[in-house]
Design a protein. Structure first.
Length: 413
């Protein structure tokens, strides 16, 4: 296996056209001109890595500086992105070299105790310690069957269709409030709102421009918002067969959430609704008169990797008290490999290395999967990923690691 470590370096602005084309070529995609011609405002080239073979870029990776909501708090998170290896250099250890360099630098810099990514293929990242910690609901249904229950409280507010500037003015602060209570949510600064609201016609895939709603209370306060598109279609006999693609619905109150969804489910010329990035535990199902009419095909979303076990476990909160020693197996990041004494409760936590006997033994993937509170330690034990040494340790730890709000990440990067 070739040692590529000394050939990895960050990309520069001058490298960007070559670097970005290599990324899209590896994914067999045509890069948008706007992405290649200039370095995107949200890019952090000093946190990128490229592998050069002469004047060619044959592998890429990058990191975004993000903030991730975890149970009971928020933590700095390294959003891993731009990961690609040219077909000519696959199965030569290139990706392993990229991941090792990246994780080592994250550890040495000490900025982010957690890393996260969206996996193009689910078979790739487990060997580097990542595991799926959130899921997308991929909701869909026939709007004719998706009526709200007759006793749903709709409040006294109203829904307004607004332009992008009015939407953004209302959504930025509201999103920052709601995202702090949902593990897996990411903060959005101005760069990420710019990126999220960019509406390149070439990227609409046959749908309309993005459309925006806000929910306004009688006193003028905004308590909810939604973003969606419509993909028009007609049957052979001239009947409307459109689809509303719901990108996001967020609200501070149940009435605001219900009224926004009622609007989306009553659009003219629409037969089907799709909400691919919605939470798998979306409240919408419990607002419906016919819950079974809302179909769900969940699939993995955000993959999580603990960069520094002690800092990551101490950064979250635990709804039930826990006092256990975890033996963490982490062959890829040796600084994590060992025994960790975790003391946690609803108000805080402490975690440090120890020589004490373990209560549980698990690999770092299993720890990443359960970190946001959405994957049961008992389920991981049943899959052979967790070993109980002290009787009752899985029950104690499993209760403490769970969280009442299902983790969810709607923001791809």
């Amino acid at each position: 296996m070739t040692d590529f470590a000394d050939r990895l370096r960050p990309a520069t602005a001058e490298d960007w056209p070559t670097f970005s084309r290599a990324l899209f070529t590896a994914f067999a995609e045509e890069p948008p001109a706007s992405f290649v011609d200039a370095v995107p405002a949200h890019a952090e080239l000093d946190r990128s890595l490229g592998l050069w073979d002469g004047d060619r870029v044959v592998a890429t990776s990058g990191v975004y500086s993000r903030e991730l909501t975890v149970p009971g708090g928020v933590v700095p998170c390294a959003g891993v992105t731009w990961v690609s290896v040219a077909p000519s250099h696959r199965r030569q250890g290139v990706l392993t070299a990229l991941m090792r360099r990246q994780l080592t630098e994250l550890h040495e810099q000490g900025r982010e105790p957690v890393a996260a990514l969206w996996a193009s293929e689910s078979s790739i990242y487990g060997r580097f310690g990542y595991a799926p910690a959130t899921w997308r609901g991929n909701l869909s249904g026939d709007v004719a069957r998706l009526a709200l229950r007759p006793n749903v409280d709709l409040g006294e507010g109203r829904v307004e269709q607004v332009g992008v500037d009015e939407f953004r003015a209302a959504a930025v602060g509201l999103h920052d409030r709601v995202r702090r209570s949902v593990p897996g949510n990411l903060a959005r600064d101005a760069r990420w709102w710019d990126r999220g609201l960019d509406d390149d016609p070439a990227q609409r895939h046959g749908a309309s421009e993005r459309r925006f709603l806000r929910h306004v209370e009688p006193d003028g306060s905004v308590t909810g918002y939604a973003a969606y598109r419509v993909r028009s279609a007609w049957t052979d006999d001239g009947q409307p067969d459109g689809t509303v693609v719901v990108e996001e619905v967020r609200a501070l109150t149940t009435p605001a959430y219900a009224v926004l969804w009622r609007f989306l489910l009553s659009l003219d010329l629409v037969r089907t609704v799709r909400a691919p990035t919605a939470s798998p535990d979306d409240p919408l199902r419990h607002l419906l008169a016919e819950p079974r009419a809302l179909r769900s095909q969940p699939y993995d979303a955000l993959w999580v990797r603990l960069v520094d076990v002690g800092r990551a476990l101490a950064a979250r909160r635990y709804p039930a008290r826990v006092n256990l020693v975890l033996e963490v197996r982490d062959r890829f990041c040796p600084w994590n490999d060992g025994r960790w004494a975790l003391v946690g409760h609803p108000a805080g936590a402490f975690c440090s290395q120890t020589d004490a006997d373990p209560d549980l033994v698990l690999d770092v993937e299993a720890l990443g999967a359960t970190y946001l509170g959405g994957v049961s330690l008992a389920t991981l034990q049943a899959a052979g990923r967790v070993t109980e040494v002290s009787p009752g340790a899985v029950t104690q730890a499993g209760t403490a690691f769970r969280w009442p709000v299902t983790p969810w990440c709607p923001d791809e990067f």
